[in-house]
Design a protein around this ligand. Structure first.
Ligand code: FES
Ligand code: FES
Length: 186
């Protein structure tokens, strides 16, 4: 509510500016609105999913300034000036990202709720650890829960993506240049 007792309309909120998948954007929303809701409701990027809504499941994971965050816990004000990548930013020029391809080929894409978050966590992991051990894969995805099917195929998919990248050593590690790639492509 404003001082005169009237509810603020969206135009009255100061703009919060950041970049998503390489595109600059400004939103006029309450500063404490969850980044998850801004992505889904205001920017219509519905790939990021809500599971628990309280920081436990990782379904809402996005990369923000090269950190993996639970967007359900991030007030959009904290995103001011940030570079954000959502699952929509993985595929490039109509081509699936190598991680998406590996999830598809290895049965890791189990459901639409957990998979986007798993992909973003895997992208963050491989950006910093291109040749992860099994333990590192488990640790990298430890904040992402599947409550129904299990994790083995998901872990195998991440390992397969890492192996595929290893077979093409000229390429940068998966995930490392995703933010720059989307910047250049859009
Ligand atoms: S919806 Fe954000 S952690 Fe579960
Ligand atoms: S929660 Fe997505 S497959 Fe189990």
């Amino acid at each position: 509510m404003s001082a005169n007792g009237k509810a603020k309309t969206s135009a009255h909120w100061p703009a919060i500016r950041f970049a998503v998948n390489g595109e600059s954007c400004a939103v006029n929303v309450p500063p404490m609105k969850r980044l998850l809701d801004v992505l889904r409701e205001d920017l219509h990027l519905t790939g990021t999913k809500e599971g628990c809504g309280e920081g436990e499941c990782g379904s809402c994971s996005v990369r923000m300034n090269d950190e993996l965050v639970n967007s359900c816990l991030v007030p959009v004000l904290q995103a001011e000036g940030a570079e954000i990548q959502t699952v929509e930013g993985l595929a490039l020029d109509g081509e699936l990202h190598p991680l998406q391809e590996a999830f598809l080929q290895n049965g890791g894409a189990q459901c639409g709720i957990c998979t986007p978050g798993m992909l973003m966590a895997a992208s963050q992991l491989l950006a910093h650890s291109p040749h992860p051990s099994d333990v590192e894969i488990r640790e990298g995805l430890a904040g992402n829960l599947c409550r129904c099917t299990g994790f083995i195929r998901i872990f195998e998919s991440v390992a397969a993506a890492a192996r595929a990248a290893e077979a093409q050593p000229a390429q940068e590690p998966i995930g490392q240049s995703d933010l720059e790639q989307t910047n250049h492509a859009r």
